[in-house]
Design a protein around this ligand. Sequence first.
Ligand code: ARG
Ligand code: ZN
Length: 877
Amino acid sequence: NVIYRADYQPPAYWIDTVELCFDLDPAKTRVLNRMKLRRNAQMPAQPLRLDGEELNLARVLVNGQGTSFKMENGQLVLENLPAGDEPFELEIFSTCAPAKNTTLSGLYTSGDSFFTQCEAEGFRRITYFLDRPDVMASYTVLIRADKARYPVLLSNGNLVDQGELDDGRHFAKWVDPHRKPSYLFALVAGQLVAREQRITSRAGKEHLLQVYVRPGDLDKTEHAMNSLMASVAWDEARFGLPLDLERFMIVATSDFNMGAMENKGLNIFNTKYVLASQATATDTDFFNIESVVGHEYFHNWTGNRITCRDWFQLSLKEGLTVFRDQEFSMDLAGEASARAVKRIEDVRVLRTMQFPEDAGPMAHPVRPEQYLEINNFYTVTVYEKGAEVVRMMQTLVGREGFRRGMDQYFQRHDGQAVTCDDFSQAIADANPGSRLAQTLEQFRRWYSQAGTPRVKAEGRWDADSGIYSLTLSQSCPPTPDQPAKDPFVIPIGLGLISGGVEIANGMHVLTEQSETLTFPGLQSEPVPSILRGFSAPVVLEFDYPDEQLLALLAHDADPFNRWEAGQRLALGRALAYLRTPGLARSDIRLDAPFVEAMRGILRHPTLDPAFKELVLTLPAETYISEQLDTVDPQRVHMVRDAMREQLAQALFHDWEWAFEQHRENGAYRPDPRSSGRRALAGLSLMHLCIAARKSGDTVWPGKTLQRFKDASNMTDRFNALTALVVSGHELAAPALARFHATFQDDALVLDKWFALQAGAPDRGGNILPIVKQLMNHPDFNIRNPNRARSLIFSYCNANPGAFHRPDAAGYVFWSERVTELDAFNPQVAARLARALDRWKKLEEPLRSAAREAIARVAAKPDLSNDVREVVTRALAD
Ligand code: ARG
Ligand code: ZN
């Protein structure tokens, strides 16, 4: 049952209208579904096949009459439908069991409320339907439920009627004025309260914005509401896209598989991306809320008004909408330096998560060719790499050209279900003569070829002629099913620096396998600043001598490459240590030029604190590991940990200075400036505690504990706690206990408490026993995805130094949890299953142990498609 992109066929029937009537009951919800259908004249006559899953079918009527039907491969098949192109009515009555729905796909209960999640294929768990995005219908929804238990009844669109029924029940009727695919359907019912805000759009239209949460959480919704208002204003200002609904609702639930969902007019969110107060949420939480609220809101146009023809086109809406939310965050950040910080953070996600995905067994093009379970393809490749592809289009046509292209896209395709090719065509057509238009067919390889391209750069300086030449060559490693690749279109931001002065700055579009650029008339050999702004999602290989990197770190006008120079300096050192046979921890001694360069950044008089924090954070263990052919994750951890310790000791007084300079930040506001200051204060404290661990000093751990206790916001409090935990100080245990006692009633804060302990540096194999112990903690509940992620994923997916144990106990734990989760929530299980994606790179004996663990999972008889696809791909050669 693998699905191939090449097999796409338009639907044999259209569904024009849907009338749904729900009688909500946790044990047995009754769903009456009345549809108007007609044959698609473009397709040969054939039976109607409706998707359905875990439904109890009671009755099927065609034009009010009983009819024959059969079940085939889980589909409801109707063969005796009226002939001809006339519309006909189909009425289906079925029931489902929301309280037993542990998959959190379809209609389910969380606490005492009802929620839905229909993307990608959850609607078929609610009623029989053509559950595919190219079938767009008008929905009318009647909800009936007990009024005391479910006072709030919500669905998409406008509330047109509500009232009382017998037996303490009531009803609400919703009509969605926009046609939509079934994956955008939503229903919510429960005891909820809303923060409300009325706004007037630029065009003078009135809208009601609502953020629904459980009673008691209302005081944590201000930031989400502000983010929503900012999103509405931004999309109008930047893209001319207004809110097309009278009412726009966000509802938060604590049981959610993903981040959030853009259901038309009724977004459903993980509480993690809604609830925030200065006492309970960190700066990062505040920024994530802003970006996810924006993301879901922007889907209203890129995803909902124009949707995907089929799920292979997922990046059409996700890549574009991630690009839009990134731009939104950057525009809100304001200043150039804050924009750069956001860009660096986005690139860091891409390189630490997407590059490994693109090099592993789950590698797939931005537009995949095949899948067994579509939920496995909501990936960093489709989302983040997809956003980079859209960003390259903007680079190739310019910012205004991109706006023209978006206008063209909406003019052509509003109300349609389309493909990635339709999008790039619209952008190119609106910009004839642009580099995108000239290279469109070749550019589209970004959608069809998987793998991270490499660009090798080689510089040649000819002192006699004063000519500097730079040769750029591209290649792309093989990926599953794609042994050989054709050249990509790669925009390469390029600057030349000579004597600390920038002498050239531009964009080169690399289209050939290899090209040489020449720069005549130079006095001395320049330092090239290549791939400025990370202008393409590639690996840049250039043998930078240290002096050149130090020069870029000191002078590059491009903040991304300035940061990158520091990362390269650190990475080069880490790799040299890792390649030294028999290296002991005590052999790791950072050289003076590197230490002095880091000191120079930390003490720099004008650089942004947020930028300093990024430069002074060493490359992630996963990123370092990606550069190696075979990996011992514990050794990688040891090297990075020792390097950090050296920075802690060598810069001790500088960290003290930095902490004192940035510790006080006035009244809490989660803006880029003050959050950057808090981030640098936090990083300083961490290094001070690490240095103290070495020297036996107790002053800084004591001050850290005090700051932990006195903090007026969660960022400072959690950073202090993290410093104690990471440095392994004995004060960590009482601080953790105190933290738990203070926040035991706040689920999102408890998630942090679990995650911190599961992600802490391993000391003699202590983390796995702690994780196992925490599995038995009364606050642990594996059925709640946030909680499962905070403990199990923080260990297996995010703590390589602790997870990859030579005794393989981490892998045994992993395989047990994958199977345990798979029995009730395949989507979450499949995400965990990916923790061993890169097993082939592991050094023995880890490699064999990991393969055994994967094989053990693969051998289980009743695996979901989700987990089966991940483990089968992992084991394939
Ligand atoms: N469209 C949602 C978003 O990007 C993600 C929903 C994915 N859900 C899933 N079960 N695959 O915001
Ligand atoms: Zn999305």
